[in-house]
Design a protein around this ligand. Structure first.
Ligand SMILES: C[S@@+](CC[C@H](N)C(=O)[O-])C[C@H]1O[C@@H](n2cnc3c(N)ncnc32)[C@H](O)[C@@H]1O
Length: 338
């Protein structure tokens, strides 16, 4: 049976993820944020009305998401859920997992067809069309992207402190809501940042920047830019692309890196942050392989190794390539134009 357990764990992965996602939807972890509660209190407050809701709660206990006091039978958050899944916590990332469970779970339903090279509907190949098709998409997608880079945006200014101290201006290409630009300018108070994206993202950027302190707001701005049709802004110290090139084919990846190169002057920098994969030791980067397969499922892209990104940058005309690990699965890759 020991040999069966790893298979059972993987085979039940979708069910576990759905139970986890429903717990987030029902705000179970928020409700337990202030301390332990009885079964009846949870069922009543979180609106669980089916005939045996406690099986759902005990599943969460069995998955180490909740603790259960053996004497009182009361439930409480685990250390992880208390830290990351209670909305009032500074480290809250519940939205990220809710999106992962819903958006990405559905996309993965087509994986077998994708692997067989069959056409699947709704592959993301034109963000302009996707944004125009539903006016809610820029906000929905922007919030999702923001939830994906919550940690990275805080670590980018910290881990690369000396790098940022040596520059003043940067432009983020495909920056979406502007969250990375905002966090960089908050933490590095000399920086002046331009967030670029398709024009449909401007209202979401405005929402994200509306409550900013004037000392930050005066140093960030939005520029509408379609990276397929337009050149990148010139005169910048840094051109950044975070989780952007992974959406696209190798040809488009290289085209975007080359556009950054063409816009920069000699001695200035490109900074890419993305999820590097380790093909020599796949176990080192399981999450990033999952993202790579996901990119192939929803778009035309894929993740890449440190060797591959180094080659793209070198071929485009960058030197001194540095790779710095940011959070547990994202890395920053920096190159300097020759
Ligand atoms: C995966 S998101 C990354 C967002 C952000 N940089 C981050 O790290 O979360 C890709 C971004 O590329 C933008 N994008 C897609 N096509 C674009 C185009 N043709 N021109 C400019 N931006 C585009 C999308 O709107 C989206 O914000």
């Amino acid at each position: 049976m020991a040999l069966f357990k790893p298979l059972s764990d993987i085979g039940h992965g979708l069910w576990k993820a759905q139970i986890f996602t429903s717990a987030l939807d029902l705000k179970i972890f928020d409700f337990l944020g202030n301390g332990e509660k009885s079964e009846d209190e949870i069922l009543e407050s979180c609106g669980i009305k089916n005939h045996r809701g406690r099986d759902f709660l005990n599943s969460l206990v069995a998955m180490d998401l909740l603790n259960k006091d053996p004497a009182s039978g009361k439930y409480s958050n685990s250390e992880s859920t208390q830290m990351f899944l209670v909305q009032s916590s500074p480290d809250y990332t519940g939205l990220f997992f809710q999106f992962r469970g819903r958006v990405e779970g559905n996309d993965f339903a087509h994986l077998t067809q994708v692997l067989k090279g069959e056409n699947v509907k709704n592959k993301l190949t034109d963000f302009n069309a996707a944004y125009d098709a539903d006016p809610n998409t820029p906000k929905f997608f922007g919030d999702y992207m923001k939830s994906c880079i919550t940690f990275v945006s805080q670590l980018l200014p910290q881990r690369l402190d000396q790098f940022w101290k040596s520059v003043t201006t940067f432009t983020d290409i495909g920056g979406g809501t502007g969250y990375a630009t905002i966090e960089l300018c908050k933490a590095q108070t000399h920086l002046i940042g331009t967030n670029t994206d398709l024009g449909q993202c401007k209202p979401v950027y405005d929402e994200y920047t509306s409550a900013l302190d004037e000392s930050v707001k005066s140093r960030v701005n939005f520029k509408s830019l379609d990276f397929f049709k337009e050149e990148f802004p010139k005169g910048q110290d840094v051109i950044m692309m975070g989780n952007v090139i992974h959406d696209w084919s190798d040809e488009v990846k290289f085209m975007l890196i080359k556009k950054a190169h063409d816009a920069l002057e000699s001695g200035k920098h490109i900074l890419i942050y993305d999820f590097l994969i380790d093909e020599k030791n796949p176990k080192n980067t399981l999450d990033n392989f999952l993202i790579s397969v996901h990119m192939q499922t929803i778009a035309t892209g894929n993740q890449f190794t440190s060797e591959e990104i180094t080659k793209y940058l070198t071929d485009a005309g960058f030197k001194d390539i540095q790779i710095v690990k940011l959070d547990y699965n994202e890395s920053a890759i920096i190159g300097t134009k020759i």
